[in-house]
Design a protein around this ligand. Structure first.
Ligand code: AGP
Length: 607
């Protein structure tokens, strides 16, 4: 989505703003801009396309004198991705400049009312309406904080914005509602941003702003207020553990490859402090006051949904807990059947996915207990869940989710083992088997990945001609097949469908011919025989097959990639990176924008 950075301090602001916007590029954008006050004038620079286009416009002599300003990268929601619609937007008096993330749902009604009062608009955006409404409020209230508060009472929808005024050089105001906004506390300088990497090189001291909070800051001071009452709000300053390197590529060609290779470490980090090897127990203090659910309802989007679907198979078979899994954008608009035996689990890497948050709020309203599984400390999902478990995967920068899913599977398995231990104490041996296999898994995977990448690089080149792909799996590898298909299509733009292998003969096999290859997940488990017959059906129709197999499965296919064997569901941790690497190497070979695929954003904060 859009990226926001605001700065007030002792340095020239423009270089800080540009650097901050560059660290937010991964969020996806199609235009950018910045504004600052100098010599009692608001200076505005905007450009469509990549940040280089904006930088090429920064020719004014003022740019190195201003020590505060706001910047923005826009992912179009209202209005075309062009310079006119790029942020910042000014009010009609050119006294105020504002950058904004989110959607003002009643912007048209407000725009019409302001137009009837003689306000002229230059853009199609809801953001321009917002800054003009604040300006309108300023005429009434004669005080910017009061004007902002008055404005926020008029608008509906989601927002995170930063505002500057020609009449108040050096001061910045910001507020949020259902869209992330963070405050970075520096020494003689302060920052506001939509995500931590934007100011991480300058400070690790962070204040997480909440809904209905308004902050006023300058180089040396900051205060937070309730945006309705303007009562002061005390806020805690937290120190984040991510260093700049963690958010950089670390020598890899792409963030995605770095994050695929981080998965052994992610497994270790997820397990740390959560396994008691002596007592062969799972430790999840977050759940100590929560009863084992009789039924679990998992809600998520995209890759997180696939993790939830995988969790269904694992949790039902091991813990005996019935699990429903639903896509958030569907769940939020259907009838919620009251079932007090249910606990809801919301899974989200970013913790800011609009559909997932909307579904969470709906469920909370109905009084259901809400458990969140999230990767971003202080994100909306984290703060709005009754209980949150962090996946501790570190910042995931690439738009395509890889290590986040790995961390979600780890936590779902830990959750399953934890509840198994509570439900069936006699199941101790499956828990100790899992703990033993989990402990050795990261090192085995660490050794396996380089060779896996080498083999897959060759295979992916042989299939880069394909226009469509099937991904097939059975049991817990059906969600893996869905994920493999999503990865391939979202970063290589090759159409791909994930299917339960047994479904092939119910229609999809009509598509199979020499031009339509299949990627089969065929580990040596109890369903291998079934998969083998599916593959024979494909070969009878001249379909080419790549298969992920394990020792002893002797499949006669076009390309075979053997992966190590381990305990039960842990085999998924060898299969997942193989699927990710296949998509990655195909995308690289086809010359696609691996980390920022077209049309996609890292966090879908609008519905
Ligand atoms: C995954 O590769 C995609 N980028 C996308 O499906 C993502 O998983 C989905 O938007 C959910 O995001 P979340 O986990 O941050 O809620």
């Amino acid at each position: 989505m859009c990226g926001i950075i605001a700065y007030a301090g002792h340095r020239p602001a423009v270089p800080v703003l540009i650097q901050g916007l560059k660290s937010l590029e991964y969020r996806g954008y199609d235009s950018s801009g910045l504004a600052f006050v100098h010599m009692n004038k608001l200076h505005l620079f905007r450009a469509s396309g990549k940040l280089e286009a904006l930088e090429s416009k920064l020719d004014s002599g003022h740019i190195l004198h201003a020590t505060s300003g706001i910047g923005h990268t826009r992912w179009a929601t209202h209005g075309l991705p062009n310079e006119t619609n790029a942020h910042p937007h000014l009010d009609v008096t050119a006294n105020l400049a504002l950058v904004h993330n989110g959607i003002i749902e009643n912007f048209q009604e407000i725009k019409d009312s302001l137009s009837n009062q003689g306000v002229c608009f230059c853009s199609e955006t809801d953001t321009e309406v917002l800054v003009c409404l604040i300006s309108h409020g300023l005429q009434k209230k004669k005080d910017i904080k009061k004007a902002i508060s008055w404005t926020l009472d008029q608008i509906e929808g989601s927002y995170a914005f930063a505002l500057i005024s020609r009449d108040h050089p050096g001061t910045i105001w910001a507020a949020r509602q259902a869209s992330p906004l963070l405050f970075g506390v520096g020494t003689g300088e302060n920052f506001i941003a939509s995500d931590i990497p934007a100011f991480l090189p300058f400070t690790k001291e962070v204040v997480f702003l909440e809904d209905n909070e308004l902050i006023e800051m300058n180089a040396g001071q900051w205060s937070v207020f309730n945006s309705s009452t303007l009562e002061p709000v005390n806020k805690e300053v937290k120190t984040v553990s991510w260093d700049v390197q963690a958010a950089k590529k670390g020598g890899y060609k792409h963030f995605m490859l770095k994050e695929i290779f981080e998965q052994p470490k992610v497994i270790k980090d997820c397990l740390s402090g959560r396994i008691n090897r002596e007592e062969q127990k799972i430790i999840l203090p977050e759940l100590q006051n929560i009863a084992v659910p009789k039924r679990l309802h998992i809600v998520a989007c995209g890759t997180s949904y696939h993790a939830g679907l995988w969790g269904k198979y694992v949790m039902e078979s091991m813990a005996g807990i019935p699990v429903d899994v639903e896509i958030a954008s569907e769940f939020r608009y259907k009838t919620l059947v009251p079932d007090k035996s249910k606990m809801f689990l919301f899974i989200s890497q970013s913790g800011e996915t609009a559909d997932t948050l909307a579904a969470l709020r709906l469920v909370k309203e109905k009084g259901f207990p809400v458990l969140g599984l999230c990767n971003v400390v202080g994100s909306s999902l984290a703060r709005e869940s009754h209980t949150v478990i962090y996946t501790q995967a570190g910042p995931e920068i690439s738009v395509a989710s890889t290590k986040a899913m790995c961390s979600q599977l780890v936590l779902i398995l830990l959750l399953t083992l934890y509840w198994t231990g509570k439900n069936n104490p006699e199941e101790k041996n499956s828990i100790s088997e899992a703990i033993k296999s989990f402990s050795s898994l990261p090192d085995v995977l660490e050794k396996e990945l380089p060779e896996m990448q080498r083999r897959i690089m060759g295979i992916s080149r042989d299939y880069s001609w394909a226009k469509s792909f099937f991904f097939l799996g059975r049991g817990i590898y059906y969600p893996m097949a869905l994920e493999g298909a999503l990865k391939l299509k979202e970063i290589s733009y090759i159409h791909a469908e994930g299917y339960a292998a047994g479904e092939l003969k119910h229609g999809p096999i009509a598509l199979i011919d020499e031009e339509f290859p299949t990627f089969a997940i065929a580990p040596s488990d109890h369903l291998l025989g079934k998969i083998k017959s599916n593959l024979k059906e494909i070969q009878a129709r001249k379909g080419k097959i790549i298969a992920l197999t394990q020792a002893g499965s002797e499949l006669n296919v076009d390309d075979e990639l053997q992966i190590p064997q381990t305990w039960g569901p842990l085999n998924s941790f060898f299969i997942l990176p193989a699927l990710q690497l296949f998509a990655y190497e195909t995308s690289v070979y086809l010359g696609k924008d691996v980390d920022q695929p077209r049309n996609l954003a890292k966090s879908v904060t609008v519905e």
